[in-house]
Every structure is written in C-alpha cells, then in structure tokens.
Ligand binder design. Structure first.
Ligand SMILES: [Zn+2]
Length: 89
C-alpha cells in the first residue's frame, strides 16, 4: 500500500501544472462572469491538467481531462469550469 500512496503524491504534483493566459472577462451561460466574493470581473485563465497518476490508479480515468480555472484578479478566488467559458469584450 505504501507504493500506491507515493504514486498518488506524484499525481497531485502533476495536477499543479498550469498554463496562464492574459487576464480577460468571460461569459458563462450567457451571463457575464463576476467574482461572487468581490464582484470583480477580470480573471486569469488557467488550463488545469486534471489527469493524475492517482486517478488512473483508482480507475477514475474519466477525470483525466483538463478543466478551466478562472482566478479573480482582485481577490484570487478560483472558479473552476469543466468547459472554457466564452470570452467577452
Ligand atoms: Zn474576487
């Protein structure tokens, strides 16, 4: 069991990798996205790689995909989306 625990740890480190793109505004389901905490409307978009060794070990490969994380530029709150929200001007 000790070996599998280490493998999960390595998987979690891999999940921390992300790609940062310039701040922008988004629309989710036709509604302009604003931070629910501070009401700011500019976010940094990061593509979070969800595939981890741990998930594969537990047969949860359906989670092995990327998700879109939007980080509030003002308060750093993270909103996570399965699909990338539309950008708006
Ligand atoms: Zn905020």
């Amino acid at each position: 069991m000790g070996k599998s625990i280490r493998s999960i740890g390595a998987g979690l480190k891999a999940a921390g990798r992300s790609l940062v793109t310039p701040a922008t505004r988004f629309r989710v389901g036709g509604v302009p996205l604003v931070c629910p905490l501070c009401a700011h409307d500019e976010f940094d978009r990061r593509s979070m790689l969800m595939n981890t060794t741990g998930m594969s070990f537990f047969g949860m490969d359906w989670l092995n995909k990327s998700a879109c994380a939007l980080v509030c530029r003002k308060c750093s709150r993270i909103e996570l989306f399965a699909d990338t929200p539309d950008e708006r001007s």
